[in-house]
Design a binder for this molecule. Sequence first.
Ligand SMILES: [Ca+2]
Length: 331
Amino acid sequence: MLFSLAAAGQSPPKVIFETDMESDVDDAGALAMLHAMADNGECEILAVMHNTSDPYGPGVIDAINTWYGRPDIPIGKYPLDDAHSFTFGGQPEYARDIALDSAYPKDVVSRDDAPNAVELYKDILARQEDSSVIVISVGWLMNLRRLHEDPAGARLIQRKIRELFVMGGRWNPSGEPHMNLAGRHNEVPVAARAGAYVVHHWPTRVTYLGIEATAGAAGAALEHQPRENPVRRAYEVAIRNSRFNLRWKHHTADQSTVLFALRGAGDVWSIIDQGTPTMDWNGSAWITTWESNPDSHHRALKRTGSAAALQKACDTIESLMIQAPRKRKKI
Ligand SMILES: [Ca+2]
């Protein structure tokens, strides 16, 4: 990948990462992967946006960015107080532990230290070349809705964003999306409404990785990483606090989305590029459906790889999650 990009004279994609960094630990694993892939020349990280009302996700983001030698990546926040994820039953709440622990260096501790994501998007996008930015969204979609509802934001989306990758939905077959689009069974209605808004209104190409298309489980090797690695710590605290028997080897919904966004379908996924997604309330639940009408600018992934191909993808995810930082500063 590195060599093929260089040979083609192309710049690596510029990524803005949207995360609910505290409702599950796969977000920490996905941000670790993104840094490893930036170290490998496969992407440039422009910003990380936190998309819940919980206080300490931005602190975890900055701890991970700092661990990987990128302490100054801008971090944006969702500024309203109507979308908490920590109240879900059994949530592991690793974010507070890491944000308040000085063993994990950072200069952003909580949402109080981060600017409004919409303003940060506009500031960053305005300085990019046209069609040069991809957004990888592995959490809720309120920031993206609010950016699109802002007239200047909508113009910048059209000009600067090449593609949006969304971990969320349930497309093949269709069904109740749970996270991220439905705000966990509509427990957070503002998140579900934002999911439906983005499904129906986002103007650039969008590729969805539904919950049914996750590559598999990975992460066992994290246990043997240095204790000062905040990604390892996130998993350790989540395992300690979980009521659902969470283990080091954990699902890779968010990491799978990063893998596809930066390396493509490989022999893991088929791309459904005909049809249109919809998201509707059926009276008791939100349902995501893939309508097989002719073309749209939307795509969905179908997991079609062999068992060996899926295992190889999980091995790739794990090796990226534990790849040592290339430029970590001595602190
Ligand atoms: Ca997530």
